[in-house]
Design a protein around this ligand. Structure first.
Ligand code: NAD
Length: 504
């Protein structure tokens, strides 16, 4: 492990990108608050050029080479929202940064804030919980193919080390924040292997944190529970797509994206950013609400150890909101006119040192007030992540995916004839995941994409089989059919490493 990047004065360097649209306005307000709270005595913000201006120079990544060097050197990025060019080659810089630097855990804090009217605030129901979302894997790998005339696929990859990273981050954050119970949201009742792995690793990692209670909840029930009783949750950790949806649902509970901060935590680089976009409709007018970016900055201050500074600023923010100060996008019930971005920030500065009346103030005395940021040394090459388990695997057959318009029994007759002289028997055929052979229903409607499963007739041969006979079977099938995909079937430590079809 190495310390973060320090300047000559011993201050921790952090890459700073103001962002596009309202980005520079809200960032200026946040930096003024940081300066007034003494953060700049510990931190140096180093400008890093990225976003629309860089895209316009023809750089399709949207980030300059010197900004890449700054990000890699500092390992910390504080950024405003950035525009993604519509059409053309440019990809979202936000997504590029998260993926390129493996920022695997997206941590968001959702809390009711005074002056921000919601259904829950009116009902006196407090909302205060974290969502930790896996940020790299799942369907977000973007591995998509057109398979046949009528079928496309999106591969959903879930890895054990990927799960471990996000779960560990969730439990570490929970421990740091004194959270007593962490839930895992999932859909393991349907996706038994992929979400099943996510869930299994959750409990596995959770056992290292005995002081924290663990529980799991199916994601659809979670959505209902969050709407009915948000106060029952302190932290929920979820796979990528489910976490994406639940995060926005949670933002709605506390008044919208303008109040939802976000941290993308990685081994080497962590990115702290507002959840909302560049708000082009109000950009340059000095009207934007800097709360989301400020709260993201507080996640960053806590990440690097400046707990006292973060608590002081959060207390001042709450006191400011209690006094009825608000920007134009919220607080209409306060009866006071809206203020602009900078005035809002300056009201918070005036309240530094004050404590909120509507809730328990965050502690300031005796709380750490120095940076303590460490991270692994720069890797020489890509790090191969492995779990410590070593499993023994043997081949037992394969699933072959075929593009055909034949009906199930016609197809089965032909395949049975092809595999007769091989060690494999046709075991099952499914279409869109539902078994259609050897048993099935004529009411099951099919498309031009079948999965056909072959398994060894004599499973005792598995230990010495290897891949060769499976590839030769594939070759025989490909002589007669259009093969669109292929998946060897294996047993891992005596257990099948593949799911059964619906109805099998
Ligand atoms: P948006 O979040 O920018 O705006 C949606 C609405 O919310 C607008 O009416 C806007 O005025 C309002 N709004 C947003 N933030 C506000 C704030 N801080 N204060 C007051 N009002 C606020 O979403 P959009 O219009 O769909 O996207 C605009 C651009 O932002 C697009 O280029 C998009 O790709 C980009 N974007 C970037 C990020 C990011 O950098 N993390 C996230 C989302 C969208």
């Amino acid at each position: 492990m190495a310390q973060g990047s320090l300047n000559a004065a011993g201050k921790l360097r952090i890459a700073l990108a103001h962002g596009d649209g309202i980005g520079p306005e809200i960032m200026s307000a946040c930096l003024e608050i940081f300066e007034a709270a003494g953060v700049l005595e510990h931190v140096e913000f180093v400008p890093a050029l990225m976003g629309e201006g860089v895209f316009k120079t023809g750089n399709t990544m949207g980030i300059s080479d010197s900004a890449i060097a700054t990000v890699e050197e500092t390992g910390l990025v504080y950024k405003g929202p950035m525009g993604t060019p519509v059409g053309g080659g440019g990809k979202s810089i936000n997504v590029t940064l998260r993926k390129m630097y493996g920022a695997y855990a997206n941590v968001r804090h959702f809390q009711s804030l005074p002056g921000v009217e919601t259904v829950y605030s009116k009902a006196g129901v407090p909302v205060d919980f974290y969502v930790v979302r896996e940020n790299i894997e799942d369907t977000y790998g973007g591995i998509e193919h057109r398979l046949t005339n009528d079928v496309v696929e999106c591969k959903r990859l879930i890895s054990a080390p990927g799960c471990d990273q996000v779960h560990r981050e969730a439990f570490e954050t929970a421990r740091r924040l004194g959270i007593k119970k962490v839930h895992c949201g999932h859909k393991a009742n349907i996706m038994k292997m992929s979400d099943g792995l996510f869930l299994e690793r959750f409990y596995n990692i959770g056992s290292d944190y005995p002081e924290i209670e663990t529980a799991d909840v199916i994601v659809d029930a979670l959505c209902m529970n969050l709407v009915l009783r948000p106060q029952n949750y302190e932290m929920v950790v979820l796979p990528n797509l489910q976490g994406d949806i639940v995060s926005d649902l949670a933002a709605g509970l506390v008044g919208g994206l303008g109040f939802a901060p976000s941290a993308n935590i990685g081994q080497h680089v962590s990115i702290f950013e507002a959840v909302h976009g560049t708000a082009p409709d109000i950009a340059g007018k000095g009207l934007a609400n800097p709360t989301s970016l400020l709260l993201s900055g507080l996640l960053m201050l806590r990440h690097i150890g400046l707990m006292r500074h973060a608590n002081t600023i959060e207390n001042a923010l709450i006191a400011t909101l209690e006094s009825g100060v608000h920007t134009g996008d919220f607080g209409h019930a306060s009866g006071t006119p809206a203020v602009g971005t900078l005035e809002y920030g300056r009201a918070i500065i005036t309240n530094l040192g004050k404590t909120p009346a509507s809730r328990e103030p965050l502690p300031v005395d005796g709380v750490p007030a120095a940076t303590c940021f460490v991270r692994p040394s720069r890797p020489r090459h890509n790090t191969l992540m492995r779990t410590f388990e070593t499993v023994r695997s043997v081949y037992v057959g394969c699933d072959i995916y075929i593009d055909t318009l034949l009906n199930p029994s016609e197809l089965a007759d032909k395949l049975n004839a092809i595999c007769l002289p091989t060690p494999f028997a046709l075991k099952m055929m499914s279409n869109r995941g539902t078994q259609v052979w050897p048993t099935g229903s004529v009411f099951t409607e099919t498309v031009d994409y079948y999965r056909v499963r072959f398994e060894l007739r004599d499973m005792n041969r598995a230990p010495s089989l290897g891949q060769g006979p499976i590839i030769r079977l594939l070759d025989r099938i490909a002589e007669k059919f259009e093969v669109t995909d292929f998946q060897p079937l294996k047993y891992y430590d005596g257990k099948p490493g593949y799911s059964l079809a619906q109805g099998q």
